[in-house]
Ligand binder design. Structure first.
Ligand SMILES: Cc1ncc(COP(=O)(O)O)c(C=O)c1O
Length: 471
């Protein structure tokens, strides 16, 4: 049986000896009574703690680090505003994210623009706004950007998104080929083929474009069965080294070098990931996550040979929000079965549609039973937490839980990264409310969806079945 890693609870969550639980100083039983369940709760203090921890780790090792919060991980405006207020720049990956960023009051000159296949409307908007930097994906994009900038009489700061050769990485770890094939295919311009250099030259040849840097995103590999922190860190170091090598080559052959190096994101808050085969229920295993200090060391080691002092941009997303959000959810049903094996099924009012499973399974100590003492005895039957949708909808398998009853409240942790943004309305389930907590206060920042929201985009109810046709 899988044991839960009890070593990690976000510092904003306190489970008192009497069983009561607070998150950012707010009592969770009271919060559920006021806003209902399921509800996502964001801790402002945890966001702040995560940002400062990473900022400190980076500034101890690098002269000019900049964190650009990658808003795809969680685009709630309260989160975006908090991150901007802390001093973070912002990484946007679509025109819609950009619109949300603007609506949150983030100045355009703090925004990095990412994405492949950026539409002409998107490019026109960013050129008009005068963003901090566009990470240009391809030669075709340079051409589109050039004609838009020329038409608008604007000058645009461009970094070139690289598809590295990964030669050294694959030498160290040939198994990485599978990941690269999947993750790297569509992004950036290839260093190996000479495309990246051609893109840099085209930017330099333009009166309207300015070459400012090189970018790369190694990503979070914590979903791979062979994930280890060491492997991830080795990847970060070797990618940063390859960017530096390419920068030196540009200086020698093209006569320019990047003032900015963008190493993407890929870090998570928490202490470990939980890897298992879904539906197996017995093969789960915790693996340690890299700490922010290790990550900063790895990137700094990769940049050590740079003989200039670049601004180093980090587009971290998941790290800031992962453990800063919980999902408050109620037990709807408890069912004990003996076949095909002895199991207790605890059905919640939250579901995989809220993307709970992946978040929950990723980091140690995934949940707290509110109102049950921290030392409460675990119910002897292995428990599966499931959602109410018609899919298997497993949220956690083979876990230990106290003897919970219908109506009990659970706080599922680590629900901040890629949960709400990937949530759906499968089975016409409305999405939860979102509340923002800070030092004992709670504010509703996104109301719960209603059925009316679910059909809000429909324009007419069609009279497809004339009376009697279906009889
Ligand atoms: C270009 C880019 N930057 C940053 C990120 C954020 O990554 P993470 O949330 O793992 O830090 C992503 C995520 O996919 C990305 O594609």
């Amino acid at each position: 049986m899988t044991t839960t890693d009890l070593s990690y609870v976000p510092r904003s969550l306190v489970h008192a000896a009497d069983g009561s639980v607070t998150f950012d100083g707010v009592d969770l039983a009271g919060l559920a009574a006021r806003y209902g369940t399921p509800t996502w709760a964001i801790s402002a203090s945890q966001l702040e703690h995560n940002y400062r921890t990473l900022q400190t780790a980076l500034s101890r090792r690098l002269a000019k680090p900049v964190i650009a919060y990658s808003m795809k991980a969680n685009n709630n405006r309260a989160v975006v505003q908090t991150m901007a207020g802390l001093g973070a720049a912002l990484d946007c990956s679509s025109e819609y994210e950009l619109a949300l960023a603007m609506a949150s009051g983030v100045p355009a000159d703090r925004v990095i623009i990412n994405g492949n296949g950026k539409s002409p409307t998107y490019l026109t908007t960013v050129v008009r706004m005068g963003v901090w930097q566009i990470n240009v994906d391809s030669m075709a994009e340079v051409n589109r950007l050039e004609s838009i900038a020329q038409r608008l009489g604007a000058r645009v700061r461009c970094a070139v998104r690289l598809k590295l050769s990964y030669g050294r990485l694959l030498e160290n770890d040939p198994s990485y080929e599978r990941t690269l094939r999947v993750a790297e295919g569509k992004f950036g311009s290839s260093v190996e083929s000479g495309d990246a250099e051609a893109v840099v030259r085209a930017i330099m040849a333009s009166k309207h474009l300015e070459f400012v840097g090189l970018s790369h995103h190694a990503g979070f590999p914590g979903y791979r069965a062979d994930f280890t922190a060491e492997r991830q860190l080795m990847h970060q170091t070797l990618c940063a080294q390859e960017i530096v090598d390419f920068a030196h080559l540009l200086r020698d052959q093209v006569g320019i070098f990047p003032q900015r190096i963008n190493v993407g994101g890929g870090l998570r808050s928490g202490r470990s990931v939980y890897l298992s085969s879904p539906g197996n229920g017995t093969d789960g295993e915790f693996r340690a996550l890299p700490r922010p200090e290790d990550y900063a060391d790895a990137v700094a080691a990769g940049l050590a040979k740079a003989d200039w002092e670049p601004v180093v941009q980090f587009e971290t997303g998941g790290f800031h929000v992962a453990d800063a959000v919980i999902l408050l959810t109620s037990v709807q049903d408890v069912k004990d079965v003996t076949r095909p094996r002895e199991r207790r099924y605890v059905t919640l009012d939250s579901a995989m549609t809220m993307f709970t499973g992946r978040g929950l399974n990723r980091v140690g100590h995934p949940l707290v039973a509110v109102g049950h003492r921290p030392d409460a005895r675990t119910h002897p039957t292995p428990t599966e937490l499931v959602g109410p949708t018609c899919a298997y909808d497993s949220i956690a398998e083979d876990i230990g839980l106290p003897d919970v009853q219908e109506g009990d409240l659970l706080a599922l942790m680590n629900q901040g990264a890629y949960c709400e943004v990937l949530s759906t309305q499968f089975n016409a389930l409305p999405r939860p409310a979102v509340v923002y907590l800070k030092d004992g206060d709670a504010r509703l920042v996104r109301r719960r969806e209603t059925l009316a929201d679910i059909w809000a985009r429909e324009s007419a109810i069609l009279d497809l079945w004339p009376e009697g046709a279906g009889a």
